[in-house]
Design a binder for this molecule. Structure first.
Ligand SMILES: [Zn+2]
Ligand SMILES: [Zn+2]
Length: 453
């Protein structure tokens, strides 16, 4: 088939999915999932317009907020933490309740939602992630639903456990009825039968409440992969942020969640906002939930320490620690003495030669003091013989290294120290770690006697 003639031929057995074709000015509308456009954009817009005519009553407003929490928790505590991650077990009445109110959030059936979400965890940030933030923030928030996706591209996941849960299966089969009743009819019935506000119940507790619950959940896919810190692992996009948590009933500690997905908590500190965790815990107190899963804090802290270490390594790598010893030229002692006599400001400490010519005038202990060490072995002077130099001084000195004395200099003690330091500690990128007090110029035991030269 030539490139100009792109029409499918009658002999083509496999049809190319629209999502796998280039979007053009002629075919863009075929790429759009119009049903979802109506459901997640058209319906809320119609709700906003109707709100101009329908006055908001206080009782209806309170009911809309309450129902927002019920349906939102149906998604976070039900769809997400119970069914997608099995982070706890629930009794039949609780499962029926969560399947009902979760359906009222109008985000698809449990079966469909949990399958996509498992793929999202398994293939985070890849092409198989159904709402990968790598395709853009807007894509991860809305685009993945508004634009058609080739279902074959979404990563495969095992949902056999969900197929065995009769509540999940029933909800999936009767999804349309569940959505209409729980999403619109029930909120309208409560406001209508309760205080006569049928239309207000429909617009505020129904349509607009659905809009807010949907947008909040979409934030877990977008905002939680874009805003905040990564205290446990920064190789993928999930992040922790209190703002996301406030929007999403506690799902904002998303870096933690991707590291420890089967933990029933998202926030582990008592002061962090995680009403979903509190709800599950309350259900346990009433005997409705059991087997709440929790990672040991030892495991959680290990992840935190490793990530901190990584950050420290990155900071360390940006600093000047001086030329590594094995890359310095070897100097003969006599050559070192000779060069100093010729006016070069060299000082040997612990067998390492430093060029301090430009530093003499800045030496905090005065010019005379530093000059007295030039051309000599100043190991003992530097390490307490004359003045017991600070850690900062050893660090600064290391940046002035220019050579090493053959045989490690004249000082026996250095040879011992060198032996002890021979096994360098290195970070994962192979950079040598020089801890405070571990510099090569530092002699472990300060030398009390003066005049090593
Ligand atoms: Zn995620
Ligand atoms: Zn999850």
């Amino acid at each position: 088939m030539s490139s100009k003639d792109a029409r499918p031929r009658a002999t083509d057995t496999k049809k190319v999915h629209i999502a796998d074709t280039q979007m053009t000015r002629q075919n863009w509308y075929k790429h759009v999932n119009w049903l979802n456009v109506v459901l997640i954009l058209g319906v809320p817009i119609s709700g906003c317009i109707q709100a101009f005519w329908v006055p908001l009553q206080l009782k209806t407003a309170i009911w809309a907020v309450v129902y927002y929490f019920f349906t939102g928790l149906g998604i976070t505590a039900g769809y997400h933490r119970l069914w997608a991650h099995c982070s706890y077990s629930a009794t039949l009445p609780l499962r029926i309740w969560l399947a009902a109110v979760g359906g009222g959030a109008v985000e698809g059936s449990i079966r469909w939602w949990a399958r996509d979400h498992r793929a999202h965890h398994r293939y985070t940030d890849t092409d198989k992630d159904p709402y990968s933030v790598r395709k853009g923030l807007l894509y991860s928030h809305l685009g993945w639903m508004v634009m058609k996706q080739n279902p074959k591209r979404i990563g495969r996941t095992d949902i056999s456990d969900l197929n065995e849960d009769p509540v999940v299966v029933w909800q999936h089969r009767n999804y349309l009825k569940v959505v209409i009743f729980m999403g619109l009819v029930l909120p309208m019935l409560v406001a209508g039968l309760g205080w006569g506000d049928w239309y207000g119940g429909f617009v505020y507790a129904g349509i607009l409440r659905i809009f807010f619950v949907q947008q909040a959940t979409f934030c877990v896919n977008s905002l939680a992969h874009w805003l905040g810190d990564q205290p446990f692992d920064d190789r993928n996009s999930p992040r922790d942020h209190v703002i996301t948590a406030l929007f999403t009933l506690g799902e904002g500690y998303h870096n933690f969640h991707h590291e420890f997905p089967s933990d029933y908590r998202n926030a582990i500190e008592w002061h962090q906002y995680d009403p979903t965790k509190w709800t599950i815990w309350m259900c346990k107190q009433f005997g409705l939930a059991f087997d709440l899963k929790q990672f040991r804090s030892n495991e959680i802290e290990k992840g935190r320490v490793q990530q901190l270490q990584k950050k420290i390594d990155q900071k360390r790598a940006k600093l000047d620690w001086g030329t590594p010893l094995d890359q310095l030229p070897v100097m003969e002692w006599d050559d070192y003495v000779e060069q100093t006599k010729n006016g070069r400001g060299l000082v040997s400490i612990a067998g390492v030669v430093h060029d301090v010519t430009d530093f003499i005038k800045d030496h905090p202990g005065g010019k005379a003091m530093i000059k007295s060490g030039l051309g000599k072995d100043a190991t003992a002077m530097f390490n307490g013989g004359v003045y017991y130099h600070s850690n900062g001084a050893h660090n600064l000195l290391s940046t002035m290294r220019v050579g090493v004395i053959r045989g490690g200099g004249e000082v026996e003690i250095w040879k011992r120290a060198q032996k002890e330091n021979s096994e360098y500690v290195r970070d994962e990128t192979g950079q040598r770690i020089i801890r405070a007090g571990m510099q090569v110029t530092k002699i472990p035991e300060p030398i009390p006697t003066a005049d090593a030269a």
